[in-house]
Ligand binder design. Structure first.
Ligand code: C2E
Ligand code: MG
Ligand code: MG
Ligand code: MG
Length: 283
């Protein structure tokens, strides 16, 4: 039963989990107490296999609501956590929750989980062992875990991050390059890091009226050349969906399929999901 191309029916819930920037600025101290009280949460957004229209994985997106009820955007509190030395603790808490949640989804449908990792975390010596211990604890198959890192990680001079990525990959964890095309990308980095599995095309290229598609085409070509899967971020309408399918993009994510939703909604979403295919390809 193919579903007519239409926005996901989960939009209403997103109001509660969307990272809205608040008027006043929040402090690192508030973030520290939120971490201490396990006050952070996760919103999950599905990643769709464009060939089958099925969900392959859920991306874990950190959410912080202050005691006063204000939602702070991750674009604000992630850099804050990085600058104040809290990113290690934040990342560990998100990873722990995400793999635990993922373990509970497996009885419904085999579904991966994607966790964003900042460069700071990869520089930590214990990142590999901490990650393995966390997934071992819940018995999650490492193949179901994907870590999203940005291109900046590939620019690291230290071999530490490179070594960690290699070990994670050997353990069966997949690695995605997030926001691809916006950083200081260099093709030589892709060559130097044969451990990357997937490129996620930054959503700014889908938003662009002109020129964006040339870049998207180039990234998909790059993926083919380097044997990497390609995922489009920020698919917001039927036109973009069809276009990504036509261009041969492997996966996609965006408000058109579903907005980030609460962890409570995920089992329902997995259960109810009908293959999401472009209208033109439906019979
Ligand atoms: P990201 O990893 O590139 O995640 C995708 C972002 O795009 C999310 O923003 C998501 O809500 C948003 N998005 C998804 N589909 C659409 C769409 O169709 N249109 C538009 N306009 N936006 C869409 P969010 O949740 O605000 O997160 C922002 C960034 O914060 C993430 O970008 C990621 O870099 C970072 N982040 C979030 N959670 C974590 C975390 O646990 N750890 C780390 N290190 N970074 C995180
Ligand atoms: Mg990401
Ligand atoms: Mg991204
Ligand atoms: Mg981003």
């Amino acid at each position: 039963r193919a579903r007519q191309g239409r926005p996901g029916s989960y939009d209403a819930v997103d109001e509660a989990v969307r990272g809205d920037v608040t008027g006043r600025s929040n402090t690192a101290g508030e973030l520290r107490s939120a971490l201490r009280s396990r006050g952070l949460n996760i919103a999950y957004q599905p990643i769709i296999n464009l060939r089958t229209g099925r969900i392959v994985a859920m991306e874990a997106l950190a959410r912080w609501t202050t005691p006063s009820g204000a939602a702070v955007s991750p674009d604000v509190f992630i850099p804050m956590a990085e600058e104040s030395g809290l990113i290690g603790e934040l990342g560990a808490q998100i990873l722990t929750m995400a793999v635990r949640d993922a373990a509970t989804w497996q009885s419904i449908a085999p579904t991966g989980v994607r966790v964003n990792v900042s460069a700071h975390e990869l520089r930590t010596r214990s990142f590999y062992s901490d990650t393995m211990r966390t997934i071992d604890k819940v018995g999650l198959d490492p193949a179901l875990l994907g870590l999203e890192v940005t291109e900046s990680v590939l620019l690291e001079e230290s071999s530490e991050a490179a070594e960690t990525l290699g070990r994670l990959r050997l353990a069966g964890i997949s690695l995605m390059l997030d926001d691809f095309g916006t950083g200081d990308s260099s093709l030589s980095h892709l060559q130097r890091y044969p451990v990357i599995d997937m490129l996620k095309i930054d959503r700014s290229f889908l938003e662009q009226e002109a020129g964006g598609e040339e870049i998207i085409r180039a990234i998909i070509g790059l993926g083919r050349a380097f044997d990497l899967k390609v995922c489009a971020e920020g698919v917001e309408n039927a036109t973009q969906h069809s276009r990504m399918v036509e261009l041969g993009c492997d996966f996609a994510q965006g408000y058109y399929f579903a907005r980030p939703t609460t962890r409570e909604m995920v089992p329902k979403m997995l259960q109810a999901w009908a293959p999401f295919l472009p209208v033109s390809t439906q019979v």
